[in-house]
Design a protein around this ligand. Structure first.
Ligand SMILES: *[C@@H]1O[C@H](CO)[C@@H](O)[C@H](O)[C@H]1NC(C)=O
Ligand SMILES: *[C@@H]1O[C@H](CO)[C@@H](O)[C@H](O)[C@H]1NC(C)=O
Ligand SMILES: *[C@@H]1O[C@H](CO)[C@@H](O)[C@H](O)[C@H]1NC(C)=O
Length: 194
């Protein structure tokens, strides 16, 4: 390999890196963040709030359970919609929350969820969840990296349903607006001339 060839490879790598990070950029605004409790004996206290600050929406809240929980599953789904077009489901995934708290899931997608939410909680949650501990989330935000590339401007609806084997316990609804910020970028082969 001569120097020119190395330089060429290096340039391509840099450009691919820059493009792949540019393509994933979105502004994600949250307009709604609700925690709906089904089982009031289990979930004794909770709150949610949104703070709009610059281009980010920060989510805070707290949760206190009345008895220890050692088995709970979460169904996460996300839909997007555009004016006068039907809703499209981006993903629906079910996970065991205790394994999630232990960070046992190896999928990159789930780990991004973990890093974004679990790290923003004051007490690291572990199963069984403790009764009468105030688990609070401070200024967390939607991680743009969980979104696929090349989404159009759209509204989104994220739903997290919590249940055990027999009962629906609660659900979290988050919705708002996604705006891509990187304008259309040409692919490297059109952009680089040697
Ligand atoms: C918000 O994002 C837009 C588009 O990327 C940018 O031009 C603007 O400077 C940002 N504003 C703040 C307060 O970060
Ligand atoms: C739980 O913690 C949050 C955040 O620190 C606080 O706002 C809330 O009042 C607390 N709730 C209770 C019942 O202690
Ligand atoms: C599910 O939760 C409900 C309400 O807290 C409880 O009565 C029931 O025993 C739980 N079921 C299992 C299998 O843990």
């Amino acid at each position: 390999m001569d120097k020119m060839e190395l330089l060429r490879i290096w340039c391509c790598l840099v450009i691919i890196f820059v493009l792949s990070s540019a393509l994933a950029e979105y502004l994600v605004r949250v307009d709604q963040f609700n925690f709906e409790v089904e089982d009031r004996e289990l979930i004794v206290s909770q709150s949610t709030s949104i703070e709009q600050d610059g281009n980010r929406s920060y989510l805070s809240g707290h949760l206190i359970v009345g008895k220890p929980i050692n088995e709970i599953s979460m169904l996460a789904s996300m839909d997007i919609s555009r004016p006068s077009l039907p809703r499209v489901r981006l993903f629906a995934t079910k996970m065991d929350l205790c394994s999630f708290f232990n960070n046992d899931y190896k999928s990159k997608f789930v780990q991004q969820f973990y890093n974004r939410y679990v790290n923003f909680i004051n007490v690291r949650p572990r199963c069984p969840l403790q009764a009468n501990v105030n688990y609070s989330l401070q200024r967390s935000y939607i991680d743009e990296r969980i979104l696929p590339e090349l989404l159009p401007e759209c509204s989104y609806f994220l739903k997290l349903e919590f249940r055990n084997k027999t009962k629906h316990l609660a659900q979290v609804l988050i919705s708002g607006h996604i705006t891509p910020v990187a304008s259309k970028v040409p692919t490297p082969k059109f952009r680089v001339k040697f």
